[in-house]
Every structure is written in C-alpha cells, then in structure tokens.
Design a protein around this ligand. Structure first.
Ligand code: DGY
Length: 324
C-alpha cells in the first residue's frame, strides 16, 4: 500500500473534520491552533502533498516558491481565497479549491444581523443596560431607524447576496436593488424581488442600506472610497461581510464623522485582526470579529467540503470546487 498523502492543516478545525482527515490522510493537525508563520507555510510547501489553509494564512508567491516543492493542492477552508496568490499557484501547477455554498446561509444571516443591529442600535442598547445606565422606558429613548420597507442595495449578486435579498425582501419587505457585472438571469432576480442597477453608483444613490458582497480582487480594492461614500444617500448605512479591503477604512471614518453615513456594521476589516481605532470609539458602528460563517454546522460543513476536495484530488478525480 502506498503512503497516504500528507495534508498540513493550518488551524484547529471541528472534531468531526479532524476525524475525517485523520482517517483518510497523513493529516498534520494543529490542535493548539497556533497560526503558522510564513516559514511554517514554506515548510508545508516542501513537505506536504496538500495544504488546508484559512483566511489567516497568507499563501504568497514567496511561500509557494519554497523548494523542493512537494505541494500539489491547496484546499482552502473558506469561499473567499484572497489569502492565496492563485496566479502563483497556477504558474507552479498547484491546484486550488475553496468551500462555496455551505456558508451562504450563515453569512447572509450575519449580514442581516449587522443590518438590524446598526439600524436598531442594539449594540449600543446592550452596552447601556450592562453599564447600569438604563433609567426606564421613555418615548424618545434610543430611537433607531426602521428596517421594514426600506431599500437595500447589494454590491455583487452572487450566492450570499441572493440569500440576503431573499431575507430582506421576503422577510422584511425591503426593496432590493443590486449591481453585479455578471448579473443573475432576470427570472432569478425577479424571484428575489431584486432589481438590477447599471452601476455601483446607481445603487449607492438609492439605497438606505448598502451591503457588500463582492470578492476581494485588484478591481474591488477600496471600491468603497471617499468619493463613493459621498455618493451614498445622506443617513445611509454600510454593511460589510465580504472582505475588509473592499472598504477604505479611513474614508469610512470620515463619512461617519461628518454624519454623511448614519452607521456601519462590519464583520471584516482592512488589517484584521487590527481595527481602525476611530471605529472602536463610535457608538453607531457595530463591530464583529469575522463571524460570517461561524456556526457549528457551517464550520463542520466547510471542513467536510475541503475534505471532499482533498479526497477527490488524491483519487485522481476532478475537484468539486476548483479555483485554479
Ligand atoms: C470565507 O469563507 O470566505 C470566510 O470569510 C472565512 O474565510
């Protein structure tokens, strides 16, 4: 019997995923959950047949240049793969897969959580009660913004945006508008009550809530910059569950400080885990630690999807979720 493929797993995963990986592969797990250094990743390129990284592992061209290279597959734990230099991987003949579909609902739920939290000032309200400042009900206390019936503008209309549209339109009676250079078929958008707009700016001009759902690429870097914040409706809200560098955080701080934006709900940040200090001090900003896919069910499903890609690859079959 030939030796089992060596798979380096960069972070601690749910037990069920560890068990599956250990059953099938020579799995080098990380139960202590210590992030790998760049040198640790280079070592994995030299010694492993596959790497199972997460959003916190920067699999750069430099990491991939480690020689002699044994690595054949990077099975990313996550749908977003901006942590991997996929062009460098492709150039070296290293395949890359991701984990789409299984985190769509959890991430859409979290986008709605942020939207509701920031509109109804729930983070602020919780701090108020816990801080012992609550003196009792009164008609003008901590008034927020009504969500039902408002307009949500989706930037990107992929799987997660569609799941947000479903919730916003059918659950909250919101008007849904979107822009995507590759829009869904008209009947798909119509079933979600979603109307296309010709440009990002058209969405910004009309939406009470702007929710970001585009991948992090060179084209979407700082898509939301000072100019674009200036085009949003006065008093609108920004929701980001996509990737931090889609937003120019300095520009966002200015737009919030000037009162142009009423608030922001952020799950992702430009320099995670660092958060721009000014945002931390603002009561009209809700901050979460990249929890989009963080449910027990979803994290197990993501791990099993990465496992499935590994299993298919080493069985010589096509990857289910090939990126390159
Ligand atoms: C994803 O899957 O892209 C999540 O943000 C975790 O990386």
């Amino acid at each position: 019997m030939s030796a089992r493929p060596v798979v380096v797993v960069t972070r601690r995963l749910p037990d069920a995923v560890h068990e599956a990986l250990a059953r099938e592969f020579d799995a080098r797990l990380n139960p202590e959950d210590r992030p790998l250094t760049a040198e640790g990743l280079r070592e994995a390129v030299r010694t492993a047949d596959a790497l199972l990284p997460t959003v916190t592992d920067k699999v750069t061209a430099d990491v991939l240049s480690a020689e002699p290279r044994r690595l054949k597959l990077i099975a990313n734990f996550g749908v977003g793969f901006n942590n991997i230099d996929v062009e460098a991987a492709k150039a070296r003949g290293v395949a890359v897969s991701n984990t789409p579909d299984v985190l769509t609902d959890a991430t859409a739920d979290l986008a709605m959580t942020l939207l509701l939290m920031v509109a109804r000032r729930t983070g602020e309200g919780e701090r108020h009660v816990r801080g012992g400042q609550w003196t009792g009900w009164r008609p003008t206390h901590m008034l927020g913004t009504q969500v039902s019936g408002k307009t949500i503008g989706l930037i990107g209309m992929g799987r997660i945006a569609r799941a947000v549209a479903q919730r916003a339109h059918h659950g909250f009676g919101m008007k849904v508008i979107f822009h995507d250079p590759y829009p869904p078929p008209p009947e798909v958008a119509a079933a979600l009550g979603a109307e296309p707009r010709a440009s990002v700016d058209d969405v910004l001009r009309e939406a009470d809530f702007v929710s970001l759902h585009c991948p992090a690429t060179a084209e979407t870097h700082h898509l939301m910059n000072r100019e674009r914040f200036g085009r949003m409706r006065p008093g609108a809200f920004l929701i980001n569950t996509a990737r931090g560098d889609v937003v120019d955080e300095a520009g966002l701080v200015e737009a919030l400080e000037s009162g142009r934006l009423a608030g922001a709900g952020l799950d992702v940040f430009e320099k995670e885990p660092q958060v721009t200090q000014a945002l931390v001090t603002m009561d009209n900003v809700v901050l979460l630690p990249h929890l989009g896919s963080a449910t027990e069910e979803t994290r197990v499903a993501m791990g099993m999807r990465a496992f499935e890609n590994l299993r298919l690859f080493f069985a010589g079959e096509p990857l289910r979720d090939r990126v390159v």
